[in-house]
Design a protein around this ligand. Structure first.
Ligand SMILES: *[C@@H]1O[C@H](CO)[C@@H](O)[C@H](O)[C@H]1NC(C)=O
Ligand SMILES: *[C@@H]1O[C@H](CO)[C@@H](O)[C@H](O)[C@H]1NC(C)=O
Ligand SMILES: *[C@@H]1O[C@H](CO)[C@@H](O)[C@H](O)[C@H]1NC(C)=O
Length: 355
C-alpha cells in the first residue's frame, strides 16, 4: 500500500515499465475504493516529499501547478533516452495533460547549482508560438529533476515526412513548417536577452499541430546535462545526420550548427528522404546534403524532390523548389562561416514564398 500511494514517485524510483503498468492499474483500482477517506496531500507527504524538501518553480502558463499534481500524476512513457525519460501525464486536480521530462540526476550538471537554475530560468522565459514552452520545473531533494511542458498530440515532423501523404507534399505546408522552425530559431538566437543555441535540432524534435504549424522542442538541453550525457546527444545527432561537420564536442554547438541542422531538415522536407541511410545496400552510402550537392553537379536535382510538390498548387514552379534547395544547401555548407545566419534564412524564405 505504501508504495502505491504516489504514482509519479514510482516513476522516479525507477520502476520498470511493465511493472509500472500493473502498478498503475492497481493504483487506479485502490484509488477508487479508497474514495475520499484520505486526503490527497497525504500521499506525497508520506514519502517525505513535501514543499519543504523539493522545490517547484513555475513559469507563465504553469502557475496552477502544484508539487502534488506532478508527483501524483499517472504517467505513460512516451520517450526514453540515456539522460532521462518523457512521460505523458494527466494532472489529477485540473485534468490537464502534460509532458513531464525526467532528467536522471547523474546526467545533469552538478558542479554549479546556481548556473543550473539560471538556465532553467532562461528556458522558462521562452514564449513563442513555434516553441514548446517550459511551464514548470521541480527539483527533488535527491537530485531528481523534472521539467513540465504542455502535451501536443499531433505527432512529429519526422513521422509526417515519412508518411508521404498529400499534406506532406503540399508546398504551402513545406514552407509554413520551414518558416515556423526558422522563426523559432530566430527567437532563440536573437530575441532572448540570453541567446539560446538549440543544440539538438532534428525533425523528431519538431511537433506539428493540426494546421501544420511547427513547435520546436528540446532546445537548450545541452546546457543542463553533464559533458558525458551531452556528448551522447551529439553522437546520436551525428548518427542521425544532423550534426554539423565542425562539431566535435557538445560545448561547441553554436548558432551556425543550428543552421546546419535546419538545412538538413529542409532537405528532408523536399526529398522525403531521411538524412542518413542507416542500412546502405552495397556501396550507395547515403548522406543527404552530399547526395543533393552531387545531384546539383550532375544536373539531376529534378530527380530528387518529390514530384507531387509541383502539382500541389496551381502556380507552382520548379524555380521555387530550386531556390529552396539552394538555400538548404547553403545552410549545410561544410564551413560554418559560409552558412547564412538565421535572419538571412528567414529573409530568403520570405522571398521564395513571394516569387
Ligand atoms: C555524467 O552522466 C553520465 C551518464 O550519461 C554518468 O554516467 C556520469 O557519471 C556523469 N558524470 C559525472 C562526472 O557526473
Ligand atoms: C496551430 O498553431 C498556430 C500557431 O501557434 C495557431 O495559430 C493555430 O491556431 C494552431 N492550430 C490549431 C488547429 O490548433
Ligand atoms: C516521433 O518520431 C519517432 C520516430 O523516430 C517515433 O518513434 C515517435 O513515435 C514519434 N512521436 C510521436 C509523438 O509521434
Amino acid at each position: 500500500m505504501e508504495m502505491t500511494r504516489s504514482h509519479f514517485l514510482a516513476l522516479l524510483l525507477g520502476v520498470s515499465i511493465s511493472a509500472l503498468a500493473i502498478l498503475l492499474l492497481f493504483i487506479f483500482c485502490t484509488r477508487r475504493k479508497r474514495s475520499s477517506t484520505e486526503s490527497e496531500q497525504h500521499d506525497v507527504e508520506s514519502h517525505g516529499f513535501s514543499s519543504e524538501t523539493g522545490e517547484l518553480v513555475t513559469f507563465r502558463g504553469g502557475e496552477d501547478l502544484t508539487i502534488c499534481d506532478i508527483l501524483d500524476a499517472p504517467g505513460e512513457v512516451i520517450g526514453k533516452s540515456s539522460y532521462g525519460t518523457l512521460y505523458k501525464a494527466s494532472l489529477q486536480r485540473s485534468g490537464k495533460v502534460r509532458v513531464l521530462r525526467f532528467l536522471r540526476p547523474v546526467c545533469t550538471v552538478r558542479s554549479d547549482a546556481k548556473e543550473f537554475n539560471g538556465v532553467i530560468e532562461t528556458l522558462g522565459l521562452v514564449r513563442h508560438e513555434n516553441l514548446v514552452p517550459l511551464l514548470g520545473f521541480y527539483g527533488g531533494n535527491r537530485g531528481e529533476k523534472l521539467m513540465v511542458h504542455p502535451f501536443f498530440s499531433s505527432g512529429n515532423l519526422s513521422d509526417f515526412i515519412a508518411s508521404g501523404d498529400d499534406e506532406s507534399v503540399k508546398w504551402i505546408n513545406i514552407l509554413r513548417i520551414t518558416i515556423g522552425i526558422t522563426e523559432a530559431l530566430d527567437y532563440l538566437h536573437n530575441r532572448m536577452q540570453k541567446p539560446i543555441v538549440h543544440g539538438n535540432l532534428k525533425s523528431k524534435n519538431v511537433l506539428l499541430n493540426s494546421s501544420f504549424e511547427p513547435r520546436v522542442s528540446d532546445y537548450g538541453l545541452h546546457l543542463l546535462l553533464n559533458q558525458t550525457a551531452g556528448q551522447e546527444i551529439l553522437d546520436i545527432s551525428a548518427a542521425e545526420g544532423y550534426k554539423a561537420p565542425e562539431l566535435i564536442k557538445v560545448k561547441e554547438v553554436s548558432k551556425e550548427s543550428d543552421v546546419y541542422s535546419l538545412g538538413v531538415i529542409m532537405l528532408e522536407l523536399v526529398t522525403g528522404k531521411e538524412p542518413i541511410n542507416k542500412d546502405p545496400t552495397g556501396d550507395d552510402e547515403f548522406y543527404l546534403p552530399d547526395f543533393v550537392r552531387n545531384a546539383v553537379i550532375d544536373h539531376k536535382l529534378s530527380d530528387l524532390y518529390r514530384p507531387e510538390i509541383l502539382k500541389s498548387s496551381g502556380d507552382m514552379s520548379e524555380e521555387r523548389v530550386l531556390k529552396y534547395f539552394q538555400l538548404a544547401l547553403s545552410c549545410c555548407s561544410p564551413s560554418p562561416s559560409l552558412r547564412p545566419n538565421i535572419k538571412q534564412v528567414l529573409r530568403k524564405l520570405e522571398d521564395i514564398k513571394k516569387c
